[in-house]
Design a protein around this ligand. Structure first.
Ligand code: F6P
Length: 320
């Protein structure tokens, strides 16, 4: 193998730059050329890339976002696009492609793998932490810390005004971010898509807390739960407490990656380059029980990552 490509795709995640840097430097250490395709799959379609060198990726480990830019190429699934991307990989003699992104990006890599001899390797990077085959994704820890920092501030005003705050966090259709953030901010209630949101039960918790003298409260809700403004209204009507809603939104995707996100990026990159050098076809790297591992791309794409619902019980017991 002489040349590899690297792309960042889907929603950006803090630590993607650390991954680009590590892939580039480790690949160069093995005498591989590295082409960084721009804007995710789009760069493969338009053949837009830059040569990455150990020097050109200097000074980026601490930067959020991705220097290669990213996109959600909905078009990419179209047969013609896959053929075009495969042709560009061939044109540039790209024998291995490192795809840094989430499960949507890996599905794109799987589709493309059927049209090309280029070996794909997925590096899980998404704030949602919803990729099957890894306990953690690059960027998740940073997003958790960003949300915790924001909610700690909200807690101050909640206590001062004796109000209930619903804070919506990201996570797409899954509750990994919400449950982790909820436990670490000491949320009184956590709402996740994996369990039905029963507003009446939330109302009971708020009323019971008020009886105990706890008049302020934080409800962390995953965006996948749907319209929380209606839940807020109902809680206000039924409890008589003042309820405010904060949607944290894209602030969770930006910012300096934590040490943890950078470290994970470096470990994943090492495994990804190793797999390519061993000619192991179409894998996704991951962290399982503290070990850096890999699994087949196809398996990672077709499985759903389980969420430990025992954590909901823990959160409930801690919120007394
Ligand atoms: O996948 C990361 C994520 O931030 C999700 O949490 C969120 O639902 C989605 O991306 C937002 O996507 P977009 O950037 O396309 O608006």
């Amino acid at each position: 193998m002489k040349t590899i490509g690297v792309i960042t795709s889907g929603g950006d995640a803090p630590g993607m730059n650390a991954a680009i840097r590590a892939v580039t430097r480790l690949a160069h250490g093995r005498n591989l050329e590295v082409l960084g395709f721009e804007k995710g799959w789009e760069g493969l379609l338009t053949n837009k890339f830059r040569r990455l060198t150990p020097r050109s990726v200097g000074g980026i480990i601490q930067l959020g976002g991705t220097i290669l830019h990213t996109s959600r190429s909905l078009d990419f699934k179209r047969e013609q696009c896959l053929e075009q991307a495969a042709a560009n990989l061939k044109l540039n003699n790209v024998e291995g492609l490192v795809v840094i992104g989430g499960d949507g990006s890996f599905r794109g890599a799987l589709d493309l793998s059927k049209k090309t001899d280029t070996i794909m390797v997925g590096v899980p990077a998404t704030i949602d932490n919803d990729v099957f085959g890894t306990d953690e994704t690059i960027g998740f820890d940073t997003a958790v810390n960003t949300a915790v920092d924001a909610i700690d501030k909200i807690r101050d005003t909640a206590i001062s005004h004796e109000r209930i705050f619903i804070v919506e966090v990201m996570g797409r259709k899954r509750g990994f971010l919400a449950i982790t953030v909820g436990i670490t901010v000491g949320a009184e209630v956590i709402l996740i898509p994996e369990t039905a949101c029963k507003t009446d039960e939330v109302v009971e918790v708020i009323k019971e807390n008020a009886r105990k003298g706890k008049k302020a409260g934080i409800i962390v809700a995953a965006e996948g739960c749907g319209k929380v403004s209606e839940v807020a209204k109902e809680i206000e009507e039924k409890t008589g407490s003042e309820v405010r809603l904060t949607i944290l939104g894209y602030v969770q995707r930006g910012g300096t990656p934590t040490a943890r996100s950078r470290f994970l990026a470096s470990l994943f990159a090492e495994k990804a380059v190793d797999l390519l050098c061993q000619n192991q076809r179409n894998k996704v790297v991951g962290l399982q029980n503290g070990q850096v591992t890999s699994m087949d791309l196809e398996q990672s794409c077709c499985m759903t990552k389980p969420l430990d619902l025992g954590l909901m019980k823990l959160a409930e017991m801690l919120a007394t």
